[in-house]
Design a protein around this ligand. Structure first.
Ligand code: ZN
Length: 250
């Protein structure tokens, strides 16, 4: 039983969750993961004032805190693992103030070295009510859901407002740097801890790894920790620290 709890906590650290080592999802497979009509209407209406709710819970708008940072909230579009817009009108990214301050440090370090680059943020805080929508909408038995998405009863670091998903934008071209896979791609080519193997198998290139290194260097320099299965995900705190310092964001 204990083992199962630890297993679930481990999974909850990731944005959605690290997947079975063997799995690589195709677009078609992803489409089938989410039930039609996943978000009932009353849930959708409760999302209308997410920003006000975040501010009441002490979170900050990172674009107001961090000069020049770029935000493209993927969960406010259908361009994500679930192929669902679960943020409604929300287009701004919120974090705990301390995590936003760390991110400001990373952005500053990036721009000092590469004035033409900026951090490009895909996701920050994800409130528990959205986590619940993802959980309820996932077309899998409850016992298998933790393989795909953090259990809202436990909460992951995005649910505390201390995890961030991001890439790097080239301000000259207006395009994100090539990191080898898109955001929310699940499979070995996205795994930082499989890069040597993926290079050997020619699934990713040295240039793509070099781009990831730029991101990792500034994020780690600012105090963030990466995870082994997603090049885009960084945590400002451990799950234990987050649970002690912060409340789950509703
Ligand atoms: Zn994430």
């Amino acid at each position: 039983m204990k083992k199962l709890i630890y297993f679930s906590l481990g999974l909850a650290l990731a944005c959605t969750a690290p997947k079975s080592d063997q799995e690589t999802f195709s677009g078609a497979q992803r489409d089938s993961l989410f039930q039609e009509e996943a978000a009932p209407k009353e849930e959708a209406s409760s999302l209308n004032d997410l920003e006000g709710s975040f501010q009441e819970q002490g979170l900050v708008d990172i674009e107001k805190e961090i000069p020049g940072i770029q935000v493209d909230l993927k969960y406010s579009t259908e361009d994500n693992f679930f192929k669902q817009d679960v943020y409604g009108d929300l287009t701004r990214c919120y974090l705990q103030p301390v995590a936003a301050a760390m991110l400001a440090k990373a952005q500053k370090a990036l721009q000092e070295e590469y004035p033409n680059l900026s951090l490009l943020v895909y996701d920050g805080v994800r409130p528990i009510r959205v986590q619940q929508i993802l959980w309820d909408g996932l077309d899998k038995p409850d016992s298998l859901k933790p393989l795909y998405v953090s259990d809202p009863k436990i909460g992951g670091l995005h649910n505390f407002g201390v995890a961030v998903d991001l890439s790097i934008l080239d301000l000259k071209t207006g395009k994100a740097l090539d990191m080898g896979t898109p955001f929310d791609y699940f499979g070995y080519p996205a795994y930082p801890d499989r890069e040597l193997q993926m290079l050997a198998e020619k699934k990713i290139t040295k240039a793509q790894v070099a781009n990831r290194e730029i991101l990792r260097k500034v994020m780690k320099g600012a105090g963030f920790t990466g995870i082994g299965s997603e090049w885009w995900h960084f945590n400002a705190f451990s799950r234990k620290e987050a649970g002690e310092k912060f409340a789950l964001i509703q």
